[in-house]
Write a protein that binds this ligand. Structure first.
Ligand code: ADE
Ligand code: ZN
Length: 346
């Protein structure tokens, strides 16, 4: 007989990897105020409620218009450390045991903050997470696609002395009129330098399917961020399924930048054997960390614990961990499910 399962507790306790998380998107209003005070910055908003009142997003562009100005409070290596450390502690409470975290150096270097402050602070938090929380934390450097390919290449060159600290490179920010092919040269160079590759193909963008085709066929990515619009093209779904390419889905984020979580699309892909998993994207802005995304999708699409466990298994299989550690984590998910009385397919 199956025991009654508290799905929220099951989702929180499920060992999981988070693969789509923007560190700058973890800036909670309370920390924003603390950093503003530390750096002598006067903010337009006076209370946490004032800050949250500015979170009125209808699409990616309106989200980014709130997101970038908030970063002015991040200046010293200590600020970047404190931001990442606060996230990593919340990640632990959400059952995260491995995370590959995006960071946007150009959002800081473009306003005069040295690259080394950004990477130095984030790296110190990542090392501390391993020591104090038992979480392995890696960094993915994202280029801002609304800046030029030349600026992206210069940023890649600036990152090379730190290559041991960076597992891969990604592409984010405003997708409109900024297709993946614009950065083909930068990503070819990054690949030659030994970085793994991922790119955002955001939800319901003009040219979504063409962009997904480009990241697979022209860039040769190792993973795709979002990519949910792939459901519109059977042949591409078959390609990602065959290749085992991960799609890093973010249901709660989707519900902020479009009208829905895209639950039907995500669950449809899961049930077809595509390597989808759930992530929080910018949790401070969308009010949901990764386990909350598992709970939200389960409620929306009526998923049970076995499918949540499959999503967690996918999170490790799509991660950039060495193969031995990937399979050890998959075994940990299976053991956890068995302990909770949940039967998984062999
Ligand atoms: N930067 C932070 N979050 C993002 C998202 N969801 N899409 C594109 N760029 C982003
Ligand atoms: Zn994102």
């Amino acid at each position: 007989m199956t025991r009654h399962i508290d799905l929220t507790a099951f989702a929180y306790g499920l060992p999981k990897a988070e693969l789509h998380l923007h560190l700058e998107g973890t800036l909670e209003p309370e920390l924003k105020f603390a950093l503003a005070e530390r750096n002598g910055i006067e903010l337009a908003e006076k209370t946490v409620e004032d800050v949250r009142a500015t979170y009125r997003f209808t699409d990616l562009t309106s989200f980014l218009a709130v997101y970038y100005p908030a970063m002015q409070v991040l200046q010293t290596a200590e600020d970047f450390h404190d931001l990442a450390w606060a996230y990593l502690q919340r990640a632990q409470q959400n059952g995260v045991v491995h995370v590959e975290m995006f960071f946007d150096p150009q959002a800081h270097t473009s306003r005069g903050v040295p690259f080394e402050n950004v990477i130095g602070g984030y790296r110190r938090a990542a090392l501390r997470a391993q020591d104090e929380l038992g979480i392995s934390a890696e960094l993915i450097l994202c280029f801002l696609r609304d800046f030029s390919a030349e600026y992206a290449m210069a940023t890649l060159m600036e990152a090379l002395p730190y290559r041991q600290w960076i597992v891969g490179v990604g592409l984010d920010s405003d997708e409109r009129d900024n297709p993946p092919a614009k950065f083909a040269g930068v990503f070819a160079r990054a690949k030659a330098e030994g970085f793994l590759l991922t790119m955002h193909c955001d939800i319901d963008q003009a040219g979504s399917i063409e962009h997904i085709r480009q990241v697979i066929e022209e860039i040769g990515v190792d993973r795709i961020d979002h990519g949910t619009n792939i459901v519109e093209n059977e042949a591409l779904v078959e390609v990602v399924r065959e290749k085992g390419l991960g799609l890093t889905c973010c249901p709660v984020s989707n519900s902020f930048v479009t009208e829905q979580m895209k639950a039907e699309e995500i669950v449809g892909l899961l049930r077809r054997g595509v390597r989808v998993m759930l992530n929080s994207d910018d949790p401070a802005y969308f009010g949901a960390y990764v386990a909350d995304n598992y709970v939200a999708l389960a409620e929306q699409a009526d998923l049970g614990p076995a499918e949540l466990a499959q999503l967690a298994i996918n999170s490790f299989e799509a991660s950039w961990l060495p193969a031995g550690r990937r399979s050890a984590y998959v075994e940990r998910v299976r053991t956890y499910a068995a302990e909770q009385g949940v039967q998984l397919p062999a």
